[in-house]
Design a protein around this ligand. Structure first.
Ligand code: FAD
Length: 435
């Protein structure tokens, strides 16, 4: 008896991209039994960004089924029943441990075998652990990383158990900033530690960071910059008690949350598929160099038409759109047709406390700040533009309305001459921001 199950389409990974791909398959016309989604997680695809935001709040916290895809982009929630209704096989709590792209067979940890005609790789990223920087002891109790809902559940449990305690956040990126804010709202004493001179250095300039750092300070979150965690003190129960810093300081901690980056999960495919910039190399349709194998979301290094280079994007908007694009490309190719190349304007956002920023485009060149980046102001609204070779290539807005965010998205796509900013200033900005 063969234990092998065969599907026309298999998606490996059950995260954001998988959910949006499933919806697109259905839009394009899908027969029952044609598609299987295989996911290590125990729940149907959901909007991952909620885990560091609403999921951690003390009151009115976001919970499933409230944030299954595709609510994050204003669509209808795909409940587990939806997959069943559409005849999509959702194989949850199933980890693929072996992938043979040429014989087109995937094998799960429990020995299940899955055959595909077309594969979409949507395995996303894993967290980078402190041990990868040579820091030992991160397995102590109450030290957390955050990637999947099971991680968030453990953190929520600790937040309940350690009321009014001390929390140290290791890392000053967006995960650190969001989790730090959510835990502060839970009334913990929060200290963030990171080696860079300011927070969110991958996107923020010193000037932008100064606004957020000022706001966090006003909210009572401490930031220790320019040093790193090098170890932990642990009690006899194995619970973390303190974080030891490189500069010699020791920070008491009842809970530690580490957010020091992510790495695309591509080990399963090593040596079988082309790689670039740490991801799986694809064309503008997300097809890899292996026939019938596509890669989307965090794992894909694709041709970015707007900048004519190869990039990997670790943001939810791209996970959604790349998945939809790949499915459209797959269906078109089955009919001998071709669709347009993916034409993406990078977009990312974050929300913490009452703050909410959006960024479109590329953060290269010189920075021009506009509005009032004052964390104590009642308006909490300012923007920034990145100017390269006389053109606006990136635009950032804190506190923008939907319309204003759409406007900066257009700017990032059109890359107008930097003089455009003067025009806006003269004519009274369409962004309603005093510049
Ligand atoms: P994922 O959503 O990570 O899904 C991958 C799935 O594959 C997971 O379910 C995983 O379990 C599964 N998987 C992996 N390996 C295997 C295997 N071998 N077998 C079976 N299943 C497997 N982006 C923003 O733009 N804005 C934000 O505010 C934001 N907030 C975030 C907050 C958090 C806490 C996190 C973790 C990420 C956040 N992101 C945010 C990033 C965004 O969520 C990701 O870019 C997006 O989820 C990528 O989608 P994906 O489908 O490629 O991967």
């Amino acid at each position: 008896i063969s234990l092998k199950k065969s599907f026309k389409y298999v998606i490996i990974g059950g995260g954001v991209a998988a959910g949006y791909a499933a919806r697109e398959f259905v839009k394009q016309g899908l027969e029952p039994g044609e598609l299987a989604i295989i996911s290590k997680e125990a729940v149907a695809p959901y909007e991952r960004p909620a885990l560091s935001k609403g999921y951690l709040l003390p009151e009115g916290a976001t919970r499933l089924p409230g944030f299954h895809v595709c609510v994050g982009s204003g669509g209808e929630k795909l409940l587990p029943e939806w997959y069943a209704e559409k005849g999509i096989v959702l194989l949850l709590s199933t980890e693929i441990v072996e992938a043979d792209l040429h014989s087109k067979i995937l094998t799960s940890a429990t020995g299940g075998m899955f055959e595909f005609e077309t594969l979409i790789i949507a395995t996303g990223s894993r967290v980078i652990r402190l041990t990868e920087f040579g820091v030992q002891g991160d397995h102590a109790k109450n030290i957390f990383y955050l990637r999947e809902i099971s991680d968030a559940d453990k953190l929520v449990e600790a937040i309940r158990a350690k009321k009014n305690g001390k929390v140290v956040i290791v890392g000053g990126g967006y995960i650190g900033l969001e989790v730090g804010a959510a835990i502060r709202i839970n009334k913990f004493d929060v200290t963030m530690v990171f080696p860079e001179p300011w927070c969110m250095p991958r996107l923020f300039t010193k000037e932008i960071a100064a606004f957020y750092e000022g706001y966090y300070a006003n909210e009572g979150v401490q930031m220790i910059k320019g040093t790193t965690a090098v170890g932990f003190d642990v009690d006899t129960n194995g619970e973390v008690k303190a974080v030891k810093l490189k500069d010699g300081r020791v920070l008491q901690a009842d809970i530690v949350v580490v957010g020091v980056g992510a790495k695309p999960l591509i080990d399963l495919f090593k040596g079988q598929v082309g790689e670039e910039k740490g991801g799986i190399q694809t064309d503008g349709m997300f097809e890899t160099d292996v026939p019938d194998v596509y890669a989307v979301g965090d794992v894909a290094t694709f041709h970015m038409k707007l900048y004519d280079d190869m990039r990997r994007v670790e943001h939810v908007d791209h996970a959604r759109k790349s998945a939809e694009h790949a499915v459209r490309a797959i269906r078109a190719s089955e009919e001998g047709k071709c669709i347009e190349e993916y034409d993406y304007v990078p977009y990312s956002y974050s929300r913490a406390f009452d703050l909410s920023w959006t960024f479109y485009g590329d953060n290269v060149g010189d920075l021009l700040l506009f509005g009032d980046p004052n964390p104590a102001s009642s308006q909490l609204k300012f923007g920034a533009a990145w100017i390269k070779d006389g053109r606006i290539v990136g635009a950032f807005l804190e506190g923008g309305t939907d319309e204003e965010n759409k406007a900066i998205a257009k700017v990032a796509r059109a890359q107008p001459s930097a003089e455009y900013l003067d025009t806006l200033k003269r004519e009274g900005s369409s962004l309603h921001i005093s510049m």
